[in-house]
Design a protein around this ligand. Structure first.
Ligand SMILES: Cc1cc2nc3c(=O)[nH]c(=O)nc-3n(C[C@H](O)[C@H](O)[C@H](O)COP(=O)(O)OP(=O)(O)OC[C@H]3O[C@@H](n4cnc5c(N)ncnc54)[C@H](O)[C@@H]3O)c2cc1C
Length: 457
Protein backbone atom coordinates (compact mmCIF):
# COMPACT_ATOMS: atom_id res chain seq x y z
CA UNK A 1 0.00 0.00 0.00
CA UNK A 2 1.22 3.50 -0.77
CA UNK A 3 2.39 5.45 2.26
CA UNK A 4 0.21 8.38 1.18
CA UNK A 5 -2.86 6.21 0.64
CA UNK A 6 -5.99 8.24 1.21
CA UNK A 7 -9.46 6.78 1.07
CA UNK A 8 -10.82 10.18 0.00
CA UNK A 9 -8.78 9.89 -3.20
CA UNK A 10 -10.41 6.58 -4.23
CA UNK A 11 -11.49 7.01 -7.84
CA UNK A 12 -15.27 6.54 -7.82
CA UNK A 13 -15.72 7.17 -11.55
CA UNK A 14 -18.42 4.92 -12.96
CA UNK A 15 -19.76 4.01 -9.50
CA UNK A 16 -23.11 4.98 -8.02
CA UNK A 17 -22.89 7.64 -5.34
CA UNK A 18 -26.43 9.01 -5.22
CA UNK A 19 -28.21 9.10 -1.86
CA UNK A 20 -31.08 6.95 -3.05
CA UNK A 21 -28.83 4.10 -4.20
CA UNK A 22 -26.61 4.30 -1.10
CA UNK A 23 -29.58 4.28 1.27
CA UNK A 24 -31.12 1.32 -0.51
CA UNK A 25 -27.83 -0.59 -0.15
CA UNK A 26 -27.47 0.13 3.54
CA UNK A 27 -29.42 -2.79 4.98
CA UNK A 28 -29.45 -6.52 4.43
CA UNK A 29 -32.15 -9.14 4.95
CA UNK A 30 -31.35 -9.20 8.68
CA UNK A 31 -32.13 -5.49 9.22
CA UNK A 32 -30.22 -5.61 12.47
CA UNK A 33 -27.38 -3.32 11.45
CA UNK A 34 -27.23 -0.44 9.01
CA UNK A 35 -24.09 0.47 7.08
CA UNK A 36 -23.94 3.01 4.32
CA UNK A 37 -21.36 2.61 1.56
CA UNK A 38 -19.33 5.44 -0.01
CA UNK A 39 -20.09 4.14 -3.50
CA UNK A 40 -21.49 1.11 -5.31
CA UNK A 41 -19.60 -0.56 -8.15
CA UNK A 42 -21.55 -2.79 -10.51
CA UNK A 43 -18.92 -4.68 -12.50
CA UNK A 44 -19.83 -6.97 -15.37
CA UNK A 45 -16.52 -8.83 -15.72
CA UNK A 46 -13.83 -10.32 -13.47
CA UNK A 47 -11.36 -7.80 -14.89
CA UNK A 48 -13.51 -4.90 -13.70
CA UNK A 49 -13.71 -6.49 -10.25
CA UNK A 50 -9.92 -6.86 -10.20
CA UNK A 51 -9.39 -3.24 -11.26
CA UNK A 52 -11.72 -1.94 -8.54
CA UNK A 53 -9.97 -4.00 -5.85
CA UNK A 54 -6.53 -2.94 -7.07
CA UNK A 55 -7.59 0.72 -6.93
CA UNK A 56 -9.04 0.20 -3.45
CA UNK A 57 -5.69 -1.23 -2.32
CA UNK A 58 -3.85 1.86 -3.52
CA UNK A 59 -6.02 4.13 -1.37
CA UNK A 60 -6.68 1.68 1.52
CA UNK A 61 -10.38 1.83 0.77
CA UNK A 62 -12.51 -0.93 2.32
CA UNK A 63 -14.36 -3.16 -0.15
CA UNK A 64 -17.34 -5.40 0.52
CA UNK A 65 -18.89 -7.88 -1.90
CA UNK A 66 -22.58 -8.20 -2.14
CA UNK A 67 -24.62 -10.96 -3.76
CA UNK A 68 -28.34 -10.93 -3.01
CA UNK A 69 -27.91 -9.28 0.42
CA UNK A 70 -29.48 -12.18 2.35
CA UNK A 71 -26.94 -11.92 5.16
CA UNK A 72 -28.32 -11.03 8.57
CA UNK A 73 -25.67 -9.17 10.51
CA UNK A 74 -24.36 -6.84 7.84
CA UNK A 75 -21.86 -9.30 6.28
CA UNK A 76 -22.78 -7.97 2.83
CA UNK A 77 -22.82 -4.27 3.79
CA UNK A 78 -20.12 -1.63 3.64
CA UNK A 79 -19.48 1.19 6.09
CA UNK A 80 -18.12 4.08 4.06
CA UNK A 81 -16.28 1.83 1.61
CA UNK A 82 -16.92 0.54 -1.89
CA UNK A 83 -19.69 -2.00 -2.19
CA UNK A 84 -19.17 -4.34 -5.14
CA UNK A 85 -22.51 -5.64 -6.36
CA UNK A 86 -21.69 -8.99 -7.97
CA UNK A 87 -25.01 -9.60 -9.68
CA UNK A 88 -23.72 -8.30 -13.03
CA UNK A 89 -21.49 -11.38 -13.28
CA UNK A 90 -24.35 -13.61 -14.33
CA UNK A 91 -23.07 -15.83 -17.15
CA UNK A 92 -24.03 -19.53 -17.14
CA UNK A 93 -22.14 -21.81 -19.56
CA UNK A 94 -23.43 -25.02 -21.14
CA UNK A 95 -23.39 -28.21 -19.06
CA UNK A 96 -20.22 -30.13 -19.82
CA UNK A 97 -19.45 -33.61 -18.45
CA UNK A 98 -21.93 -33.26 -15.58
CA UNK A 99 -20.47 -29.90 -14.51
CA UNK A 100 -21.27 -26.29 -15.28
CA UNK A 101 -19.28 -23.05 -15.17
CA UNK A 102 -21.13 -20.05 -13.76
CA UNK A 103 -20.15 -16.58 -12.69
CA UNK A 104 -20.26 -15.59 -9.04
CA UNK A 105 -23.29 -13.32 -9.29
CA UNK A 106 -25.57 -15.97 -10.81
CA UNK A 107 -28.65 -16.65 -8.74
CA UNK A 108 -29.26 -20.33 -7.98
CA UNK A 109 -32.80 -19.95 -9.31
CA UNK A 110 -31.50 -19.16 -12.81
CA UNK A 111 -29.02 -22.01 -12.68
CA UNK A 112 -31.72 -24.48 -11.61
CA UNK A 113 -33.96 -23.58 -14.54
CA UNK A 114 -31.07 -23.75 -17.00
CA UNK A 115 -29.67 -27.16 -16.00
CA UNK A 116 -33.00 -28.82 -15.24
CA UNK A 117 -33.85 -28.50 -18.92
CA UNK A 118 -30.98 -30.95 -19.48
CA UNK A 119 -32.05 -33.34 -16.70
CA UNK A 120 -29.67 -32.03 -14.01
CA UNK A 121 -29.80 -30.17 -10.72
CA UNK A 122 -27.00 -28.68 -8.59
CA UNK A 123 -25.83 -31.15 -5.91
CA UNK A 124 -27.29 -28.99 -3.12
CA UNK A 125 -29.88 -26.22 -3.11
CA UNK A 126 -30.77 -23.69 -0.45
CA UNK A 127 -34.48 -23.49 0.32
CA UNK A 128 -34.61 -19.97 -1.07
CA UNK A 129 -33.09 -19.76 -4.55
CA UNK A 130 -32.78 -15.98 -4.91
CA UNK A 131 -29.28 -16.06 -3.37
CA UNK A 132 -26.11 -16.01 -5.48
CA UNK A 133 -23.50 -18.66 -6.17
CA UNK A 134 -20.69 -16.49 -4.70
CA UNK A 135 -22.77 -15.62 -1.63
CA UNK A 136 -23.49 -19.22 -0.68
CA UNK A 137 -20.11 -20.71 -1.64
CA UNK A 138 -18.57 -18.20 0.73
CA UNK A 139 -20.83 -19.37 3.59
CA UNK A 140 -21.37 -23.08 2.65
CA UNK A 141 -24.90 -23.54 1.29
CA UNK A 142 -26.61 -26.15 3.46
CA UNK A 143 -29.47 -27.96 1.85
CA UNK A 144 -32.19 -30.58 2.24
CA UNK A 145 -29.85 -32.84 0.24
CA UNK A 146 -26.69 -32.16 2.25
CA UNK A 147 -27.05 -35.56 4.01
CA UNK A 148 -26.27 -37.12 0.61
CA UNK A 149 -24.28 -34.57 -1.35
CA UNK A 150 -22.58 -32.16 1.08
CA UNK A 151 -22.83 -28.38 0.78
CA UNK A 152 -22.91 -26.14 -2.26
CA UNK A 153 -19.31 -25.19 -1.50
CA UNK A 154 -18.40 -28.88 -1.61
CA UNK A 155 -19.80 -29.14 -5.13
CA UNK A 156 -17.29 -26.59 -6.47
CA UNK A 157 -14.44 -28.23 -8.38
CA UNK A 158 -12.71 -25.04 -9.50
CA UNK A 159 -13.01 -21.34 -8.71
CA UNK A 160 -11.86 -18.14 -10.32
CA UNK A 161 -11.08 -15.61 -7.60
CA UNK A 162 -9.91 -12.03 -7.37
CA UNK A 163 -7.76 -11.88 -4.25
CA UNK A 164 -7.71 -8.98 -1.82
CA UNK A 165 -4.69 -7.48 -3.59
CA UNK A 166 -6.39 -7.61 -6.97
CA UNK A 167 -4.88 -10.77 -8.53
CA UNK A 168 -7.17 -12.81 -10.78
CA UNK A 169 -6.41 -16.49 -10.01
CA UNK A 170 -7.85 -19.95 -10.60
CA UNK A 171 -7.85 -22.49 -7.81
CA UNK A 172 -8.99 -26.04 -7.11
CA UNK A 173 -8.02 -29.03 -4.97
CA UNK A 174 -5.09 -29.55 -7.37
CA UNK A 175 -3.94 -26.01 -8.08
CA UNK A 176 -3.60 -23.07 -5.63
CA UNK A 177 -5.27 -25.33 -3.07
CA UNK A 178 -4.75 -22.90 -0.17
CA UNK A 179 -6.73 -20.21 -1.92
CA UNK A 180 -9.41 -22.78 -2.79
CA UNK A 181 -9.61 -23.83 0.87
CA UNK A 182 -9.89 -20.35 2.29
CA UNK A 183 -12.31 -18.91 -0.24
CA UNK A 184 -14.90 -21.68 0.18
CA UNK A 185 -16.84 -20.71 3.33
CA UNK A 186 -14.39 -17.81 3.77
CA UNK A 187 -17.03 -15.08 4.14
CA UNK A 188 -15.39 -12.95 1.45
CA UNK A 189 -12.32 -12.39 3.64
CA UNK A 190 -9.64 -13.62 1.24
CA UNK A 191 -11.03 -12.97 -2.22
CA UNK A 192 -14.14 -12.65 -4.30
CA UNK A 193 -15.49 -15.59 -6.29
CA UNK A 194 -15.97 -14.44 -9.86
CA UNK A 195 -16.57 -17.88 -11.38
CA UNK A 196 -17.21 -21.44 -10.18
CA UNK A 197 -17.26 -24.82 -11.83
CA UNK A 198 -19.95 -26.87 -10.09
CA UNK A 199 -20.78 -30.56 -10.09
CA UNK A 200 -24.36 -31.43 -11.03
CA UNK A 201 -26.42 -34.56 -10.51
CA UNK A 202 -28.91 -36.30 -12.77
CA UNK A 203 -32.46 -36.07 -11.44
CA UNK A 204 -35.72 -37.91 -11.96
CA UNK A 205 -38.75 -35.89 -13.11
CA UNK A 206 -41.12 -36.40 -10.15
CA UNK A 207 -41.02 -36.40 -6.38
CA UNK A 208 -43.26 -37.81 -3.66
CA UNK A 209 -43.10 -36.26 -0.19
CA UNK A 210 -44.20 -38.04 2.99
CA UNK A 211 -44.88 -35.71 5.93
CA UNK A 212 -44.35 -37.39 9.28
CA UNK A 213 -45.10 -35.96 12.71
CA UNK A 214 -43.37 -36.96 15.97
CA UNK A 215 -44.33 -36.05 19.50
CA UNK A 216 -41.21 -37.62 20.95
CA UNK A 217 -37.68 -36.39 20.28
CA UNK A 218 -36.16 -39.85 20.84
CA UNK A 219 -38.31 -41.41 18.10
CA UNK A 220 -37.55 -38.46 15.80
CA UNK A 221 -33.80 -38.90 16.32
CA UNK A 222 -33.94 -42.68 15.94
CA UNK A 223 -35.81 -42.45 12.66
CA UNK A 224 -33.68 -39.63 11.31
CA UNK A 225 -30.56 -41.69 11.98
CA UNK A 226 -32.05 -44.64 10.07
CA UNK A 227 -33.19 -42.48 7.17
CA UNK A 228 -29.80 -40.82 6.74
CA UNK A 229 -28.21 -44.27 6.62
CA UNK A 230 -30.70 -45.64 4.06
CA UNK A 231 -29.98 -42.86 1.54
CA UNK A 232 -33.50 -43.49 0.28
CA UNK A 233 -34.73 -39.91 0.30
CA UNK A 234 -32.98 -37.21 -1.74
CA UNK A 235 -34.46 -34.41 0.40
CA UNK A 236 -34.99 -34.22 4.18
CA UNK A 237 -36.84 -31.16 5.43
CA UNK A 238 -37.14 -31.22 9.23
CA UNK A 239 -38.72 -28.80 11.69
CA UNK A 240 -39.37 -28.48 15.37
CA UNK A 241 -42.65 -26.87 16.33
CA UNK A 242 -42.28 -25.35 19.78
CA UNK A 243 -45.67 -23.77 19.42
CA UNK A 244 -47.73 -26.79 20.35
CA UNK A 245 -49.46 -24.89 23.09
CA UNK A 246 -52.31 -26.48 24.90
CA UNK A 247 -54.34 -25.56 27.94
CA UNK A 248 -52.11 -27.93 29.88
CA UNK A 249 -49.01 -25.98 28.83
CA UNK A 250 -50.62 -22.69 29.74
CA UNK A 251 -51.65 -24.10 33.11
CA UNK A 252 -48.07 -25.18 33.88
CA UNK A 253 -46.83 -21.75 32.94
CA UNK A 254 -44.48 -22.88 30.19
CA UNK A 255 -45.98 -22.22 26.79
CA UNK A 256 -43.19 -24.01 25.01
CA UNK A 257 -42.84 -27.05 27.23
CA UNK A 258 -43.96 -29.29 24.41
CA UNK A 259 -42.53 -29.67 20.99
CA UNK A 260 -43.56 -31.54 17.90
CA UNK A 261 -41.08 -32.59 15.23
CA UNK A 262 -41.87 -32.99 11.55
CA UNK A 263 -39.93 -34.84 8.89
CA UNK A 264 -40.83 -34.20 5.27
CA UNK A 265 -39.13 -36.99 3.35
CA UNK A 266 -38.96 -36.61 -0.40
CA UNK A 267 -38.03 -39.22 -2.95
CA UNK A 268 -37.51 -38.73 -6.66
CA UNK A 269 -39.17 -41.16 -9.05
CA UNK A 270 -39.71 -41.74 -12.73
CA UNK A 271 -42.06 -44.53 -13.82
CA UNK A 272 -43.36 -45.88 -10.50
CA UNK A 273 -44.04 -43.70 -7.43
CA UNK A 274 -42.54 -44.90 -4.15
CA UNK A 275 -44.78 -47.15 -2.13
CA UNK A 276 -45.57 -45.74 1.30
CA UNK A 277 -45.44 -49.05 3.16
CA UNK A 278 -42.09 -49.93 1.64
CA UNK A 279 -40.28 -46.64 2.16
CA UNK A 280 -41.67 -45.86 5.63
CA UNK A 281 -41.35 -49.39 6.92
CA UNK A 282 -40.02 -49.63 10.50
CA UNK A 283 -40.30 -45.90 11.25
CA UNK A 284 -41.79 -44.72 14.55
CA UNK A 285 -43.73 -41.57 13.64
CA UNK A 286 -46.87 -40.64 15.54
CA UNK A 287 -48.82 -39.47 12.54
CA UNK A 288 -48.54 -39.41 8.74
CA UNK A 289 -49.80 -35.94 7.92
CA UNK A 290 -49.96 -36.47 4.20
CA UNK A 291 -48.36 -37.41 0.92
CA UNK A 292 -47.66 -34.91 -1.83
CA UNK A 293 -46.75 -35.56 -5.47
CA UNK A 294 -45.16 -32.91 -7.69
CA UNK A 295 -42.82 -32.47 -10.62
CA UNK A 296 -39.26 -32.21 -9.27
CA UNK A 297 -38.73 -28.71 -10.67
CA UNK A 298 -41.83 -27.47 -8.91
CA UNK A 299 -40.62 -29.05 -5.66
CA UNK A 300 -37.16 -27.46 -5.63
CA UNK A 301 -38.55 -24.04 -6.60
CA UNK A 302 -41.54 -24.24 -4.24
CA UNK A 303 -40.43 -21.28 -2.12
CA UNK A 304 -40.38 -18.99 -5.15
CA UNK A 305 -43.23 -16.55 -5.32
CA UNK A 306 -44.63 -17.40 -1.90
CA UNK A 307 -46.06 -14.59 0.12
CA UNK A 308 -43.93 -12.89 2.77
CA UNK A 309 -45.90 -14.37 5.61
CA UNK A 310 -45.41 -17.88 4.22
CA UNK A 311 -41.67 -17.61 4.16
CA UNK A 312 -40.67 -14.91 6.60
CA UNK A 313 -39.46 -12.73 3.80
CA UNK A 314 -40.78 -9.32 4.54
CA UNK A 315 -37.74 -7.11 3.94
CA UNK A 316 -39.27 -4.42 6.16
CA UNK A 317 -38.97 -6.71 9.19
CA UNK A 318 -35.85 -7.76 11.10
CA UNK A 319 -34.49 -11.32 10.76
CA UNK A 320 -31.75 -12.15 13.25
CA UNK A 321 -31.72 -15.87 12.41
CA UNK A 322 -29.52 -17.91 14.74
CA UNK A 323 -28.15 -21.08 13.17
CA UNK A 324 -25.66 -23.76 14.06
CA UNK A 325 -24.58 -27.37 13.84
CA UNK A 326 -24.82 -29.61 16.91
CA UNK A 327 -23.26 -32.93 17.86
CA UNK A 328 -25.91 -35.63 17.42
CA UNK A 329 -26.10 -36.62 21.09
CA UNK A 330 -26.25 -33.01 22.26
CA UNK A 331 -29.33 -32.20 20.21
CA UNK A 332 -32.10 -33.42 22.55
CA UNK A 333 -30.67 -31.90 25.76
CA UNK A 334 -29.89 -28.66 23.92
CA UNK A 335 -33.49 -28.40 22.72
CA UNK A 336 -34.82 -29.14 26.18
CA UNK A 337 -32.77 -26.39 27.82
CA UNK A 338 -33.18 -23.87 25.04
CA UNK A 339 -36.93 -24.08 24.75
CA UNK A 340 -37.54 -24.26 28.45
CA UNK A 341 -35.75 -20.91 28.79
CA UNK A 342 -36.69 -19.18 25.55
CA UNK A 343 -38.70 -16.01 26.17
CA UNK A 344 -42.14 -15.92 24.60
CA UNK A 345 -41.10 -12.90 22.51
CA UNK A 346 -38.57 -15.05 20.66
CA UNK A 347 -40.54 -18.26 20.44
CA UNK A 348 -43.65 -16.47 19.19
CA UNK A 349 -41.80 -14.96 16.23
CA UNK A 350 -39.77 -18.06 15.35
CA UNK A 351 -39.71 -21.26 13.41
CA UNK A 352 -37.11 -23.90 14.11
CA UNK A 353 -35.49 -25.57 11.13
CA UNK A 354 -33.46 -28.78 11.49
CA UNK A 355 -31.30 -30.87 9.18
CA UNK A 356 -29.33 -34.08 9.65
CA UNK A 357 -25.82 -34.05 8.18
CA UNK A 358 -22.98 -36.53 7.74
CA UNK A 359 -19.60 -35.11 8.64
CA UNK A 360 -17.53 -37.01 6.07
CA UNK A 361 -19.37 -35.23 3.26
CA UNK A 362 -18.20 -31.78 4.45
CA UNK A 363 -15.01 -31.00 2.54
CA UNK A 364 -14.50 -27.25 3.05
CA UNK A 365 -12.06 -26.66 5.93
CA UNK A 366 -13.60 -23.33 6.96
CA UNK A 367 -17.07 -24.78 7.53
CA UNK A 368 -16.65 -25.34 11.25
CA UNK A 369 -18.59 -28.26 12.68
CA UNK A 370 -18.44 -30.54 15.72
CA UNK A 371 -16.72 -33.94 15.69
CA UNK A 372 -18.72 -37.08 15.07
CA UNK A 373 -20.18 -38.53 11.88
CA UNK A 374 -23.82 -37.60 12.52
CA UNK A 375 -24.62 -33.93 13.10
CA UNK A 376 -27.82 -31.95 13.46
CA UNK A 377 -28.30 -28.57 11.84
CA UNK A 378 -30.41 -26.16 13.86
CA UNK A 379 -31.80 -22.74 13.04
CA UNK A 380 -34.13 -20.34 14.81
CA UNK A 381 -35.69 -18.42 11.92
CA UNK A 382 -37.22 -15.27 13.20
CA UNK A 383 -39.14 -12.31 11.84
CA UNK A 384 -40.15 -9.33 13.94
CA UNK A 385 -40.50 -5.55 13.82
CA UNK A 386 -37.19 -3.76 14.35
CA UNK A 387 -38.20 -2.05 17.63
CA UNK A 388 -38.58 -5.53 19.18
CA UNK A 389 -34.96 -6.46 18.44
CA UNK A 390 -33.68 -5.01 21.66
CA UNK A 391 -35.70 -7.44 23.72
CA UNK A 392 -34.89 -10.45 21.54
CA UNK A 393 -31.16 -10.24 20.71
CA UNK A 394 -29.95 -11.02 24.27
CA UNK A 395 -32.01 -14.23 24.27
CA UNK A 396 -30.60 -15.20 20.89
CA UNK A 397 -27.06 -14.44 22.07
CA UNK A 398 -27.70 -16.69 25.05
CA UNK A 399 -28.99 -19.46 22.78
CA UNK A 400 -25.87 -19.00 20.62
CA UNK A 401 -23.57 -19.39 23.63
CA UNK A 402 -25.57 -22.40 24.76
CA UNK A 403 -25.19 -24.02 21.35
CA UNK A 404 -21.43 -23.57 21.63
CA UNK A 405 -21.41 -24.84 25.24
CA UNK A 406 -23.13 -28.01 24.00
CA UNK A 407 -20.23 -28.57 21.59
CA UNK A 408 -21.95 -26.97 18.58
CA UNK A 409 -20.62 -24.54 15.99
CA UNK A 410 -22.48 -21.54 14.68
CA UNK A 411 -23.38 -21.42 10.99
CA UNK A 412 -22.28 -17.97 9.91
CA UNK A 413 -24.99 -17.09 7.37
CA UNK A 414 -27.30 -15.66 9.99
CA UNK A 415 -27.04 -13.19 12.87
CA UNK A 416 -23.62 -13.47 14.51
CA UNK A 417 -22.56 -11.24 17.36
CA UNK A 418 -19.15 -12.70 18.22
CA UNK A 419 -16.48 -10.77 20.06
CA UNK A 420 -12.80 -11.50 19.31
CA UNK A 421 -12.66 -14.35 21.82
CA UNK A 422 -15.71 -16.08 20.34
CA UNK A 423 -14.35 -15.71 16.79
CA UNK A 424 -11.09 -17.34 17.77
CA UNK A 425 -12.88 -20.09 19.68
CA UNK A 426 -15.10 -20.70 16.65
CA UNK A 427 -12.11 -21.40 14.38
CA UNK A 428 -9.95 -22.97 17.12
CA UNK A 429 -6.67 -24.36 15.77
CA UNK A 430 -7.35 -22.93 12.32
CA UNK A 431 -7.16 -19.34 13.56
CA UNK A 432 -3.38 -18.77 13.14
CA UNK A 433 -3.56 -20.22 9.61
CA UNK A 434 -6.44 -17.92 8.76
CA UNK A 435 -4.49 -14.92 10.00
CA UNK A 436 -1.61 -15.98 7.72
CA UNK A 437 -3.97 -16.52 4.75
CA UNK A 438 -5.44 -13.08 5.29
CA UNK A 439 -1.95 -11.57 5.21
CA UNK A 440 -1.11 -13.50 2.04
CA UNK A 441 -4.26 -12.78 0.04
CA UNK A 442 -5.44 -9.46 1.46
CA UNK A 443 -2.25 -7.80 2.74
CA UNK A 444 -3.81 -4.35 3.07
CA UNK A 445 -6.88 -5.71 4.87
CA UNK A 446 -9.32 -4.03 2.51
CA UNK A 447 -11.80 -6.93 2.15
CA UNK A 448 -14.99 -7.12 4.15
CA UNK A 449 -13.89 -5.29 7.32
CA UNK A 450 -16.45 -5.81 10.04
CA UNK A 451 -16.51 -9.55 9.30
CA UNK A 452 -14.09 -12.09 10.78
CA UNK A 453 -11.51 -9.96 12.70
CA UNK A 454 -8.33 -11.37 11.16
CA UNK A 455 -6.35 -8.14 11.13
CA UNK A 456 -3.74 -8.02 13.90
CA UNK A 457 -4.58 -5.23 16.35
C1 LIG B 1 -34.96 -16.69 3.22
C2 LIG B 1 -33.57 -17.26 3.36
C3 LIG B 1 -33.37 -18.62 3.20
C4 LIG B 1 -32.07 -19.16 3.34
N1 LIG B 1 -31.90 -20.51 3.19
C5 LIG B 1 -30.66 -21.03 3.35
C6 LIG B 1 -30.45 -22.42 3.21
O1 LIG B 1 -31.35 -23.20 2.94
N2 LIG B 1 -29.17 -22.88 3.36
C7 LIG B 1 -28.13 -22.04 3.63
O2 LIG B 1 -27.01 -22.51 3.74
N3 LIG B 1 -28.32 -20.73 3.78
C8 LIG B 1 -29.55 -20.22 3.64
N4 LIG B 1 -29.73 -18.88 3.80
C9 LIG B 1 -28.56 -18.04 4.06
C10 LIG B 1 -27.96 -17.58 2.74
O3 LIG B 1 -27.72 -18.66 1.89
C11 LIG B 1 -26.65 -16.88 3.00
O4 LIG B 1 -26.89 -15.74 3.76
C12 LIG B 1 -25.93 -16.49 1.71
O5 LIG B 1 -24.65 -16.01 2.00
C13 LIG B 1 -26.71 -15.44 0.97
O6 LIG B 1 -26.25 -15.29 -0.34
P1 LIG B 1 -26.28 -13.86 -0.97
O7 LIG B 1 -26.04 -14.01 -2.41
O8 LIG B 1 -27.49 -13.13 -0.56
O9 LIG B 1 -24.98 -13.26 -0.27
P2 LIG B 1 -24.82 -11.87 0.51
O10 LIG B 1 -25.74 -11.85 1.66
O11 LIG B 1 -24.90 -10.76 -0.44
O12 LIG B 1 -23.33 -12.05 1.03
C14 LIG B 1 -23.05 -12.99 2.04
C15 LIG B 1 -21.53 -13.02 2.32
O13 LIG B 1 -20.85 -13.52 1.17
C16 LIG B 1 -19.94 -12.54 0.66
N5 LIG B 1 -20.01 -12.62 -0.77
C17 LIG B 1 -21.04 -12.32 -1.59
N6 LIG B 1 -20.73 -12.59 -2.86
C18 LIG B 1 -19.48 -13.08 -2.85
C19 LIG B 1 -18.59 -13.55 -3.86
N7 LIG B 1 -18.94 -13.59 -5.15
N8 LIG B 1 -17.36 -14.00 -3.47
C20 LIG B 1 -16.97 -13.99 -2.18
N9 LIG B 1 -17.78 -13.55 -1.19
C21 LIG B 1 -19.01 -13.09 -1.53
C22 LIG B 1 -20.45 -11.23 1.21
O14 LIG B 1 -19.43 -10.25 1.30
C23 LIG B 1 -20.95 -11.65 2.57
O15 LIG B 1 -19.88 -11.78 3.48
C24 LIG B 1 -30.99 -18.32 3.65
C25 LIG B 1 -31.18 -16.95 3.82
C26 LIG B 1 -32.47 -16.43 3.67
C27 LIG B 1 -32.66 -14.96 3.87
Amino acid sequence: MRRDADVRRMDLTGMETGDEALDAASFDFGRVVRKRPRAIARPSSPREVAETIAAANREACPVTFQGARHSQSGQSLSEDGVLIDMKGLDRIDAVDGGQVRVQGGVRWRDLVHRVFAEGYLPMALTTHLGVTVGGTLSTAGLSESTHLFGTQADSATELEVVTGDGRLMRCSHESNATLFDCVRCGQGQFGVITEARLRLRKVLPNVRTFSLVYDDVAAFMQDTESIVGWERFQYIDAWCLPFARSMWDVATGNLFARRLYTLNLTKEWDAVPPNRDEVLESLHYAHLRGTDDRPTLQYVTRMEGRSASDWFEDWGQAHPNMEGILPWDAFAPFMEETFTDLPGSVARASRVMLGPFRNHLFRSPLLMRPDGELLMGFGILIELPQPELEGVLPALAEASDRLVAFGGKRYLAGWVDFDQERWQAHYGELWPRMVAWKRAFDPNYVLNPGGIPLQPR
